[in-house]
Design a protein around this ligand. Structure first.
Ligand SMILES: Cc1cc2nc3c(=O)[nH]c(=O)nc-3n(C[C@H](O)[C@H](O)[C@H](O)COP(=O)(O)O)c2cc1C
Length: 199
């Protein structure tokens, strides 16, 4: 099933490249994984294995970070009632759509660069989140980044619900699970976004 899905997604990416104004993307598994990732917002409710969860978290923590501070923490919500409660409180988080797990990448201000550069944590945790999304896709799972920070109302709801200390700032909620939908791959390549050597 996973192979068929990967094959269909690869075909979709190749035909997108053929139709669009971009040259054919390189035929490389990692590149294909990046080009075919889509946000998945509906899940079957099936569980994922411990090995899959471990791989997701290892992929997230493999991300680059400023001065290698790794100023992150990951709240892994596996409790069905808590996932459903997150979905109720924050409907746009898609936690009401039966994900197997909700992972909440957070900034740990205690580990962030002190002073003016502290906000680099946002870049670092964003890089970790993208790694998480790509790893989920590579494993045939679905996931979506749903935003919290800098909306402090949303972040506060999660802080209160999950008992996070003040210095742990939830960046987003990533529900992950077995996909119950196959959204189309989008072609976002726009040559006008590129500027060589100067604006
Ligand atoms: C910072 C950020 C916040 C987002 N917030 C939400 C959200 O609250 N709910 C949601 O369903 N999707 C959310 N998304 C997913 C975007 O809607 C999605 O990435 C975008 O439409 C492009 O689609 P794609 O991921 O399938 O390429 C968010 C993505 C980012 C990067």
């Amino acid at each position: 099933m996973k192979r068929i899905r990967a094959y269909i997604l690869a075909l979709a990416a190749i035909s997108l490249a053929a139709c669009s104004n971009q040259p054919k993307v390189m035929e490389n598994e990692a590149i294909q994984n990046i080009m075919t990732r889509v946000s998945v917002r509906a899940f079957t409710g099936e569980k994922i294995s411990e090995a899959q969860l471990d791989t997701l978290l290892r992929a997230a923590m493999a991300a680059p970070s400023a001065i290698n501070k790794q100023p992150w923490a990951f709240i892994v919500v596996t409790d069905e009632a808590k996932i459903a409660a997150l979905g109720e409180a924050l409907p746009y988080s898609r936690c009401g759509n039966k994900p197997a797990v909700a992972i909440i990448p957070c900034g740990d201000l205690g580990k962030a660069i002190p002073g003016e550069m502290a906000d680099f944590w946002i870049n670092d945790v964003s890089a970790a989140t993208e790694n998480l999304l790509l790893a989920a896709h590579a494993m045939g799972l679905g996931a979506v980044w749903t935003g919290l920070h800098p909306d402090m109302n949303r972040a506060k709801i999660v802080q209160n619900m999950l008992g996070l200390p003040e210095y742990i700032i939830p960046l987003c909620i990533v529900p992950v699970g077995v996909p119950a939908e196959q959204p189309e791959v989008k072609d976002k390549f726009k040559p006008e976004n590129i500027h060589y050597n100067a604006w």
